[in-house]
Design a protein around this ligand. Structure first.
Ligand code: SF4
Ligand code: SF4
Length: 442
């Protein structure tokens, strides 16, 4: 029987996962300085609660949440606060960060007590703990997890899905986590299920990870509260709406969230972080990051403390190979190109991708030849070429009518365009203009 997938669009970029898929996760030694941004999540940035000269312990809060859609930030190791000031940030311009000089002792604070009964705790206690631990979506979206686990009272969640798809080319961090720490993932899933009073959840994994499907599938069957669903290899299978459609057959309506169809999706790394938070009281201060690409000497999967400069990670991967072409934080389809290797790894940094110059697409942008490939590739059923034309003429209301806000910025349209038109950038701009117009009541 053919593996399940989503029905509309999708593409098959070369996955290049062989570069790092067989490399076990190794701890990255601490750098000389950690640069810990106060904004590593969607929502209000954390407010600093330390100042220059303070001594901090690993896991100690150094920034507090500001409101509900916000999470605290914690010291990744023990050391001294050198400065609190704007510093390079993965998402663009410099942003406020706490700069810590590690003392080498890696002494931990015990601010968060383990919950006495992690699987039987009150749902509100679990949500509060998840927020206090600074947990956000670790697949790259970085939406605060406690918010996703707090649907309005009238919404009934009946389906929890863990996302182990990792459909972005090159990245293998989730794959390694599933192979090396399946019990942490399953324990985290059980905690999420308990929040909604459910007794079974799903884990979606693409068929290009048969070892993870076998291992997690076996453990899930043994433990009885999870089912692993093998999925066809097609990008963007790991996008929330596409994952829900493939596993449940339900379609999240235009402009709505997964909870509209009773579903909650969490990344497998997020589930593991939840288990750490409730079982041993450990906040989110590290993650697995794949440092890879044909532009580094030895691609690796590293357990990285938050705030580690990317330059340090590249050195740990043997340094650059060939003439440097492009640095991308994340994968090649949805990652963010960056020019500054001093930018730090943050909670959403699933990968550091180095491409040599000869692998960077440099074809000049040409005129649209109306081939329709972008339309065929779009998993959201949009017309990327039309949206681009509309926004080029500042026809914002029309772009809204053509559902610009449904774009998930997967990059499939740009990937297939023979004219090298930067469609996703144009549509991202269109989304910003549509949202601004809606805010004004237009
Ligand atoms: S980036 Fe947006 S418009 Fe382009 S294929 Fe993806 S969802 Fe469709
Ligand atoms: S894929 Fe490119 S060339 Fe073809 S219709 Fe879309 S925008 Fe035009």
């Amino acid at each position: 029987m053919a593996a399940r997938t989503f029905p509309l669009g999708g593409v098959h970029p070369p996955d290049q996962k062989h570069l790092s898929a067989a490399k076990p996760v190794e701890p990255a030694p601490l750098p000389d300085l950690l640069v810990v941004p106060l904004s590593q999540h969607i929502g209000a940035p954390a407010r600093p609660v330390v100042k220059k000269g303070d001594r901090v312990l690993a896991g100690q809060a150094i920034g507090e949440a500001v409101g509900f859609v916000s999470v605290p930030v914690h010291a990744p190791t023990s050391g001294k606060v050198l400065r609190v000031e704007p510093a390079p940030h993965p998402l663009g311009p410099p942003q406020p960060a706490v700069i810590i000089e590690p003392d080498g002792d890696d002494r931990w604070a015990d601010d968060l007590e383990p919950l006495t009964d992690p699987h039987g705790a009150d749902p509100d206690e679990i949500r509060q703990r998840i927020q206090a631990a600074g947990i956000v979506g670790m697949g790259g979206a970085t939406f605060p997890t406690h918010v996703k686990l707090s649907p309005p009272p009238e919404v009934k969640i009946d389906t929890v899905i863990l996302n182990g798809v990792e459909c972005e080319p090159y990245l293998t961090a989730d794959h390694r986590l599933m192979l090396e720490e399946p019990d942490r993932i399953l324990a985290g899933l059980r905690v999420i299920l308990s929040v909604f009073g459910l007794d079974k959840g799903y884990i979606g994994i693409e068929e290009n990870k048969p070892d993870a499907i076998e291992l997690l599938g076996r453990k899930a069957r043994e433990q009885g509260f999870a089912e692993v669903v093998p999925l066809a290899v097609k990008y963007p299978q790991g996008a929330e709406k596409q994952l829900i459609k493939a596993i449940t057959g339900r379609e999240v309506p235009s402009g709505q969230l997964p909870m509209a169809v009773g579903a909650v999706v969490q990344n497998v790394g997020t589930a593991a972080a939840i288990w750490d938070a409730v079982s041993v009281g450990r906040p989110l201060v590290e993650r697995i990051t794949t440092v890879t690409g044909e532009g580094v000497a030895e691609p690796r999967n590293l357990r990285v403390r938050i705030g580690t400069p990317v330059r340090h990670l590249i050195e740990l991967a043997g340094g650059l190979r060939g003439e440097p072409g492009k640095l991308i934080l994340g994968g090649p389809m949805m990652g963010i190109a960056h020019h500054d290797p001093d930018v730090p790894a943050v909670k959403g940094t699933s990968g550091v991708l180095l491409l040599p110059r000869d692998r960077v697409r440099t074809a000049p942008e040409g005129p649209c030849i109306r081939c329709g490939r972008c339309v065929d590739a779009c998993p959201m059923g949009l017309a990327p070429t039309t949206l681009r034309t509309l926004i080029a003429h500042e026809m914002v209301a029309e772009a809204d009518e053509w559902n610009a806000l449904d774009c998930i910025e997967c990059g499939s349209c740009s990937f297939v365009c023979p004219a090298a038109i930067p469609l996703v950038q144009a549509i991202r701009y269109a989304k910003g203009r549509v949202m601004a117009r809606r805010r004004k009541g237009g």
